[in-house]
Design a binder for this molecule. Structure first.
Ligand SMILES: Cc1cc2nc3c(=O)[nH]c(=O)nc-3n(C[C@H](O)[C@H](O)[C@H](O)COP(=O)(O)OP(=O)(O)OC[C@H]3O[C@@H](n4cnc5c(N)ncnc54)[C@H](O)[C@@H]3O)c2cc1C
Length: 369
């Protein structure tokens, strides 16, 4: 039996970033993680800290994504300095490659529309000549790209490791190996059944990725997230060649090239298929012909936590005060916000961001009893 001010359920990027921020505020926090049997998007993603193109139809998301990219350098530095874990963060901008003039024109229209939102990111369209100076080795089919200086990338596994280390260093308690089976609201707070244990807490934060759909109704919330599979290919280590990431291809700090990622509606199947990995490999070689000679050393499939409209979900229960739900499909990109601004919202600070736009009210599905 343990008793905490806050229990965060889910030790992926979203839950750990929030727990790290809460522990940094002196809140007695426990982080519960189910372990390897769970689906875990944080351990199989593409590692972009990405802004461009995000928030079409949601000015709040466009500004939120940009704000996280702005906070990321300081957040990453502090995390790295305090834990000694190099998260491999680099912010030299990113490019979305285009294969035709029509695609270039459509991309520009989209990004202009988003840029008109307050606080949204700026961008630049680059023709092939300008692009060649930034991205060497491109194949003949690429006509240009959109470039956003706010974009970057990191090593998500090291980011997760650093957040865990930082959380522990800030006095947080990590309980792994058993999942939260049941959340039982009581007078002022909650009892959480975890394996054979019962944990008491004043506040509970659901950050269990896809399992939030099951847990949220226990605190009067509904979270209509679905799995969406992405497959990723990784090459052997190559000489450094790519300084900036593209939306589908990036070079890690160790030298591997990551190529991905697909978007597949296949339920909870996180396997790989020859058809999709073949398409990804062909795409990679079309973009960078030099990849034809590179050996693929790893391939995996991983499930995204996909909200119906693609925008984050942050909400608190009106029927069970102190219960929160957090979901998003950009948990790498938004980590800086989750560790700082989101925590201000959870703690109801003066000057906390208004996150109403991300509540579950936007889904026309009613509220669980
Ligand atoms: C192929 C792919 C590529 C992606 N690329 C990017 C990218 O480039 N940039 C970006 O920003 N985002 C990217 N994402 C999205 C990003 O990975 C996710 O947004 C992020 O990992 C979600 O984190 P999470 O903590 O919400 O969920 P998860 O990582 O799924 O973590 C949930 C955690 O909860 C635990 N858990 C589950 N149920 C329970 C329970 N009952 N009790 C206790 N613990 C429980 C699990 O063990 C798990 O550790 C990508 C995702 C995929 C799949």
């Amino acid at each position: 039996m343990g008793s905490f001010e806050t229990v965060v359920i889910g030790g992926g990027l979203v839950g750990t970033a929030a727990a790290y921020g809460l522990a940094g505020r002196g809140v007695t926090t426990a982080l519960i993680d189910e372990g390897d049997i769970a689906h875990r998007a944080s351990r199989g993603n593409f590692c972009l800290v990405w802004v461009q193109g995000k928030g079409d139809g949601s000015p709040s998301y466009a500004a939120w994504a940009r704000e996280s990219a702005e906070l990321f350098p300081d957040f990453g530095r502090e995390l790295q300095d305090s834990t000694g874990v190099d998260i491999g963060y680099s912010k030299l901008g990113g490019v979305k490659l285009c294969f035709s003039d029509t695609e270039m024109a459509e991309r520009e229209v989209l990004l202009e529309r988003i840029k008109a939102y307050p606080g949204a990111a700026d961008f630049e369209m680059m023709d092939r000549n300008a692009l060649d100076d930034l991205v060497p080795g491109l194949g003949p089919d690429i006509v240009g790209a959109s470039y956003c200086i706010d974009d970057g990338h990191c090593s998500a596994p090291y980011l997760l490791r650093a957040l865990h280390a930082g959380f522990l260093a800030r006095g947080g308690r990590y309980l792994n190996g058993a999942g939260a089976r049941q959340i039982r609201p009581r007078g002022k707070g909650f009892t959480i059944d975890v394996g054979e244990r019962a944990i008491e807490t004043e506040q509970v934060i659901l950050a269990a990725g896809l399992d939030n759909a099951r847990l949220a109704p226990m605190v009067g919330l509904h979270v209509p997230i679905k799995p969406n599979r992405g497959q990723i290919l990784v090459t052997e280590r190559l000489q450094p060649i790519l300084n900036v990431p593209t939306n589908f291809i990036r070079q890690t700090q160790e030298g591997s090239i990551m190529i991905g990622d697909s978007h597949e509606d296949v339920g909870f199947d996180d396997g790989t298929t020859a058809g999709v990995t073949g398409d990804i490999a062909r795409y990679g070689v079309r973009v960078f012909p030099f990849l034809a000679g590179a050996r693929i050393v790893r391939v995996w499939g991983c499930l995204r936590t996909w909200p119906p409209d693609g925008f984050p979900i942050y909400d608190q229960s009106t029927s069970h005060a102190g219960a929160f739900v957090l979901n998003c499909h950009s948990g790498v990109s938004l980590a800086a916000n989750h560790a700082t601004r989101l925590v201000e919202w959870i703690r109801n600070d003066d000057g906390a961001p208004n996150l109403e736009a991300f509540s579950t009210d936007r889904f026309d599905i009613g509220v669980a009893a």
